[in-house]
Design a protein around this ligand. Sequence first.
Ligand SMILES: NC(=O)c1ccc[n+]([C@@H]2O[C@H](COP(=O)([O-])OP(=O)(O)OC[C@H]3O[C@@H](n4cnc5c(N)ncnc54)[C@H](O)[C@@H]3O)[C@@H](O)[C@H]2O)c1
Length: 348
Amino acid sequence: MKTIILHHPQAQATSTPVHIGEGMLIELHQFIEKLGNFDGFFILHDAAVKTVAKDIASHLQKAHLISVPSGEASKSLHEVERIASSLLALGATRQSLLLNVGGGMLTDLGGFVASMYMRGIGCVHIPTTLLGMVDASIGGKTGVDLGTVKNLLGAFHHPRAVIADIRLLSTLPDTQFCEGLVEVIKIAAMLDANFLEYIEKNMKKILAKESSVLLSCIEKAVSLKVQIVEEDERDQTKRLFLNFGHTIGHAVEAVSDFTISHGKAVSIGMIAEMQLADLKGVDRMKHLLEEINMPTVIPDTCKPQTLLRAMQSDKKVISRDLRIAVPREFGKGEIITLDEERFLRTYS
Ligand SMILES: NC(=O)c1ccc[n+]([C@@H]2O[C@H](COP(=O)([O-])OP(=O)(O)OC[C@H]3O[C@@H](n4cnc5c(N)ncnc54)[C@H](O)[C@@H]3O)[C@@H](O)[C@H]2O)c1
């Protein structure tokens, strides 16, 4: 097992250990003991991983389970209220610990509940998807969607620890696993050319979920994200690099009414953004994404004008121009302005 420490930029004295390994959930109580004394454990879990949650509960005393229906629709204020009411009814106090067991949907939602319940309680993330392990559980961003606007309501609330046990990935559907790989490829393309090469060379082993290679990939992706968060927790500079593929990707997701899932939309977005920036390496990137069966072309159903409008509604939050993050060369990310005219010309 490897442990990577994330030092919280806003509170230097605190940090989050990210434990990455295989089969260490059996020793969960040891990780928890190191975090302090708690008067109760509340396991919030995605309905799809109920067995995992029950198993975790069996290793802890005074553990209660709260199930959340699978799917992005659960990342809502309605669920926040329902979960908080359950916590209250079950007797959760400020000294209780919330354990969030699930993918990015669940850790975003559970982290948000933890940030608000009694003005903030501790939580531990136990991600069960690859995307959750390498991305969503790291960095303290929590939140829920409001209508079709993703992550509109949120808070920064770092978990007390993250426990990424790759054994949990054995039940994850292949498509879901590959969607997580898209984020691994994204971070490698923006920050570390050697890592990108490693992924290319070892793709078959990664897809076969070969333990040593998969662990290396997760460890590398986590340490890159940790570096970024320590440098720029609040999306002012370097953390924006993680948006590669996401400006167009989020628009594709929204315009398709979320029928195109996040990972697939980001895959499409990465290729489109590279093409619009005239970057070398588009073919290499395309090849890599096609190898994991991810789409790389904007579907005809997503009209460019509608996509642009969706991007512009995101844009208000950031700046006047539509900014995108792209790898100028692999391993060297940069933020550039998206040429809106060219976008319309290219995709009309
Ligand atoms: N906070 C952040 O920094 C951050 C970063 C990236 C993404 N996100 C968020 O993460 C979410 C996407 O996360 P995701 O891709 O993990 O999706 P998800 O949490 O919705 O999980 C995807 C699907 O896999 C199922 N599942 C989860 N674990 C499983 C397992 N071990 N076996 C079988 N099925 C399993 C779920 O029930 C669901 O149907 C989005 O809401 C996105 O906004 C947050």
